[in-house]
Design a binder for this molecule. Structure first.
Ligand SMILES: [Zn+2]
Length: 64
């Protein structure tokens, strides 16, 4: 049994690379951008979100 948590993404509270704790502002940015650069180790922190690829909504380009 899992609670319905579809809107909520789990934001890590620390850098997965150097384990530096992220500020709440960095966590907000991470939630919005889904990626930030760690200030401490300069590595990229990305959210582990499966992209919703349902097709029809995402057709930006039409090949003629
Ligand atoms: Zn780091």
């Amino acid at each position: 049994m899992q609670p319905e948590n579809k809107d909520r993404t789990e934001i890590p509270d620390r850098c997965p690379h150097c384990h530096q704790k992220l500020s709440s502002w960095q966590q907000v940015l991470l939630g919005v951008d889904r990626a930030i650069i760690c200030k401490n180790c300069r590595k990229r922190i990305t959210l582990d979100i499966p992209l919703e690829d349902d097709g029809d909504n995402k057709k930006k380009e039409n090949k003629n």
